[in-house]
Design a protein around this ligand. Structure first.
Ligand code: MSP
Length: 636
C-alpha cells in the first residue's frame, strides 16, 4: 500500500489556537482524509513547539512552571483539534523525552562530523523572535521579521556550517521543482539564496535561557529552538529509535506550513537534513495568511478570530468548509463574518441542503421512500447530468493533487447547481401529476447519484454532515474515491429518509450576537425584547391574494414575478422563490400578502407588496389559506 506522510508546523504554546493555526491543521486534515479515501496508508503529524524564552515568560506570568504551562497549552490544542474532527495520527511535543533524545543525537552527529564549531558571536538579537541578526539585516535598526527593537549581544556560541551547503541547496531546489511549492515561493527562496548564507547560531547560553534541549557536548548551553523544532518531523516517525518505522514513513510527502516560516523550512531544514545524511522531504508547501482588514490575523495584533466560538456557532463541518472554500491555497484570504455567512448560506443551505431536501421529499412523496430505478432509455437532460456525475471525481481529485482544495469544492458545488437546474427543467412534480413514473424515476435516481458523489467527495471536508447525508440517501458503501468514480452507487430499492435540516441558514444578526460582536446599528429597545403592541401589529394590512399568473423574472434567476388579485386591484409581486417553486406551482394559489407595504424596486422590477412564507433555513414554503375565501379577505 502506498504511504503518505503529511505534517503541520508544531504550534507555539504561548497562544491559544486561532483561525490561522486552525486553517493549517484543517487543510492538513482534509488532505490526509482525501489520501485515505484514495486508499493510501497515511500518517498525519501535528503537535506543539514547547521550548524557548517566551514559554518561560508566559509561565512566570501565570505563576506556574514552564512544563505545567506547556502541558496546559498542549491540552488546549488537542481539545481544539478534537472539536474540529482533526484525524491526526500522532501529536508530538518537543518536551517529550524521546524527541529530546533525537535532538541530542542529531547535534552530536553534526558536532562529530565537524559541522558545528564554537565562536564568539557579536550582533543583534530579537528577544521575542529569538533570532540573531547582523547589522546589515536590520531594517531601520529594528528586527527585519517583526519590526520590534533588537538588543546588542556579544557571547560565545556554537554555529552550524550552513554556508558550506549553500550551493548544494541551490542546485537541489533547481533540480527538484516539486520541492518548494507554490512555484512563486521557490523563486522567492532562490532569490534569498543569491546573497551569501551566514552560518547558523544553534546554541543559547543557559545563563540567558535554560528552557531548551541541552547540547550533548556542552552542558552550559541549550539548543536553538528552531533546530529542536524542525527535527520533530523526523523524531515523530522513529529517527535513531525505530529504523523500520522511519524507513516506512520518511521522507515526508508534504510539510504544510504558513508563508511566515518558509525560510526556516526551505533553507535551514534541508541543509540540516543533508548534513545528517537524511533524505529530503518531497514537498514543502507554504500557504498564505488569513487577514482581517488587510492585516495578518495573529495574537500580537489582537485581531485573532476565535475558533472556539465559531465552532460553537457553526459546528466543526461548516467551519471547515468555509476555511477550505474561501482561501485560494497559497494566497492570502480575508476573513469576515458576512463573507462566511453568505458563503455557507449559498453553498450549503441553498444549493446542497436544498437539493437534498428536494430529492428526499420527492422520493418519499412519490415512491414511499424507496429509490426508484431509472428507465433504460434516457433523455438528453439526464444524459447531460450523467456526464457531469461521471466526470466529477476525476476533476475533484485532480485539484486535490494540485492542492487546489477551493477549486475541488467549487467543482462539487457547480455540479450541485447543475442538478438543481436539472430538477427545474425536468419538473418531477409535473411528471408525477401526468403519471409519467418512468421519467420521474429516472430523474430522482439520477439526482440521487449526484448527491452520493457530493457526499463522498465532500466527506474529507465535512465528515459528519456527509455521513448523515449519505445515510439519508441510502448509500451503504465504504466512502472511497473508487466509489466516487463509479456512476451509480445507490441501488434502486434503497431506503431514502428525510434528514433533519443539515445546513440551516445562518442569520447574520444572530451570528453577531452569538460571537459577541456589537453591530454598528443600535437595535431598538422593542426589537431586543421582541414585544410589540396590537396597534403595531395592525399597522400591517394582511390580505388574501389569488395568484393569477407567475413567471421567472428575466435576468434575475432567483426571482419570480407574480400577478396577484387582492380583491380591489391587481398587484405585481416580486418574490425570491425561483429556487423553491416552479412558476406554475403557484398559479391559482391563495396566498397572504402585506398590502400596505411601500412599493419597492427589486432588480429593476416593481414589487407592490410582499407575500408571507415560512423558512426553516433549508426550505421555503409559501403561506396559503386552507378554505376558499375570496381575494381581499383580511388576515388577522
Ligand atoms: N513553532 C513554529 C513552527 C515550528 S515548525 C517546525 C511556529 N509556530 S506558530 O504557532 O507561530 O504557528 C505558525 C503557523 O500557524 C504558521 O506557519 C501558519 O501555518 C499558521 N498561522 C498562524 N497565523 C496565521 C494566519 N493569520 N493565517 C494562516 N495561517 C497562519 O511558527
Amino acid at each position: 500500500m502506498e504511504k503518505y506522510y503529511i505534517t503541520t508546523p508544531i504550534y507555539y504554546v504561548n497562544d491559544k489556537p486561532h483561525i490561522g493555526h486552525t486553517y493549517t491543521t484543517v487543510l492538513a486534515d482534509v488532505i490526509a482524509r482525501y489520501q485515505r479515501l484514495a486508499g493510501k496508508d497515511v500518517f498525519f503529524l501535528t503537535g506543539t513547539d514547547e521550548h524557548g524564552q517566551k514559554v518561560v515568560q508566559s509561565a512566570e506570568k501565570a505563576g506556574i512552571s514552564p512544563q505545567q504551562h506547556c502541558d496546559k497549552f498542549a491540552q488546549r490544542f488537542k481539545e481544539m483539534w478534537e472539536k474540529l474532527s482533526i484525524s491526526y495520527d500522532y501529536f508530538i511535543r518537543t518536551t517529550d523525552a524521546q524527541h529530546i533524545d533525537v535532538v541530542q543525537k542529531a547535534l552530536q552527529k553534526l558536532y562529530d562530523s565537524g559541522d558545528i564549531y564554537k565562536s564568539t558571536y557579536e550582533g543583534w538579537y530579537c528577544v521575542p523572535d529569538e533570532r540573531f541578526w547582523t547589522e546589515k539585516d536590520l531594517v531601520d535598526g529594528k528586527c527585519p521579521e517583526c519590526g520590534r527593537p533588537v538588543v546588542k549581544i556579544e557571547e560565545e556560541n556554537y554555529f552550524f556550517k550552513m554556508s558550506k551547503y549553500q550551493q548544494w541547496l541551490i542546485d537541489y531546489i533547481e533540480n527538484n521543482p516539486e520541492f518548494i511549492q507554490p512555484d512563486f515561493r521557490r523563486n522567492e527562496i532562490l532569490g534569498f539564496l543569491k546573497k551569501p548564507l551566514n552560518d547558523l547560531c544553534i546554541s543559547r547560553p543557559k545563563k540567558r535561557l535554560s528552557w531548551g534541549v541541552e547540547l550533548p557536548f556542552d552542558t552550559d548551553y541549550v539548543c536553538y529552538v528552531w533546530v529542536d523544532a524542525l527535527l520533530n518531523y523526523c523524531s515523530a516517525v522513529g529517527l535513531y529509535r525505530d529504523d523500520e518505522k522511519f524507513k516506512k514513513w520518511w521522507p515526508a510527502d508534504c510539510h504544510l506550513i504558513g508563508k511566515d516560516i518558509l525560510t526556516t523550512h526551505a533553507v535551514y531544514w534541508p541543509i540540516l537534513l543533508y548534513a545528517l545524511g537524511i533524505k529530503m522531504p518531497r514537498t514543502i508547501f507554504a500557504h498564505g495568511w488569513w487577514m482581517v482588514d488587510e492585516r495578518k490575523m495573529g495574537k500580537s495584533l489582537g485581531n485573532a478570530v476565535d475558533p472556539y466560538s465559531l465552532e460553537k456557532l457553526l459546528g466543526a463541518d461548516r467551519l471547515r468548509y468555509y476555511l477550505m472554500r474561501d482561501m485560494v491555497v497559497g494566497h492570502d484570504a480575508s476573513y469576515s463574518l458576512s463573507g462566511l455567512v453568505s458563503r455557507l448560506n449559498n453553498d450549503l443551505s441553498n444549493d446542497l441542503g436544498n437539493m437534498l431536501s428536494r430529492i428526499t421529499n420527492m422520493v418519499s412523496a412519490y415512491f414511499g421512500g424507496v429509490l426508484p430505478a431509472p428507465a433504460e432509455d434516457i433523455d438528453s437532460e439526464t444524459e447531460k447530468l450523467r456526464s457531469i456525475i461521471t466526470k466529477l471525481a476525476e476533476k475533484v481529485w485532480d485539484n486535490v493533487e494540485k492542492m487546489k482544495i477551493h477549486n475541488a469544492l467549487e467543482e462539487v458545488n457547480s455540479a450541485i447547481r447543475a442538478a438543481n437546474r436539472y430538477i427545474e427543467t425536468t419538473q418531477p412534480w409535473v411528471l408525477a401529476k401526468e403519471g409519467n413514473r418512468e421519467m420521474l424515476g429516472t430523474v430522482l435516481f439520477t439526482a440521487t447519484q449526484l448527491l452520493a458523489k457530493a457526499g463522498i467527495l465532500l466527506y474529507p471536508v465535512m465528515p459528519q454532515k456527509c455521513e448523515e447525508l449519505l445515510h439519508a440517501i441510502g448509500y451503504s458503501g465504504k466512502i472511497t474515491i473508487d466509489d466516487a468514480r463509479k456512476y451509480a452507487v445507490v441501488e434502486p430499492g434503497s431506503k431514502i429518509e428525510k434528514p433533519s435540516a443539515l445546513f440551516p441558514r445562518i442569520d447574520i444578526k444572530k451570528a453577531e450576537m452569538s460571537l459577541g460582536i456589537v453591530s454598528s446599528e443600535k437595535p431598538q429597545q422593542k426589537e431586543v425584547e421582541g414585544i410589540i403592541t396590537i396597534d403595531d401589529f395592525f399597522k400591517s394590512k394582511l390580505v388574501v391574494g389569488k395568484v393569477l399568473s407567475a413567471k421567472r423574472a428575466p435576468n434575475a434567476d432567483k426571482l419570480l414575478l407574480l400577478e396577484v388579485d387582492i380583491g380591489t386591484e391587481r398587484r405585481q409581486l416580486v418574490a425570491g422563490l425561483a429556487k423553491w417553486y416552479e412558476p406554475q406551482q403557484l398559479e391559482g394559489k391563495k396566498i397572504v400578502i402585506i398590502s400596505n407595504l411601500k412599493h419597492a424596486k427589486i432588480r429593476g422590477y416593481e414589487s407592490q407588496g410582499m407575500l408571507l412564507a415560512a423558512d426553516d433555513g433549508e426550505v421555503v414554503s409559501v403561506l396559503t389559506v386552507d378554505k376558499d375565501v375570496p381575494p381581499g379577505s383580511k388576515v388577522r
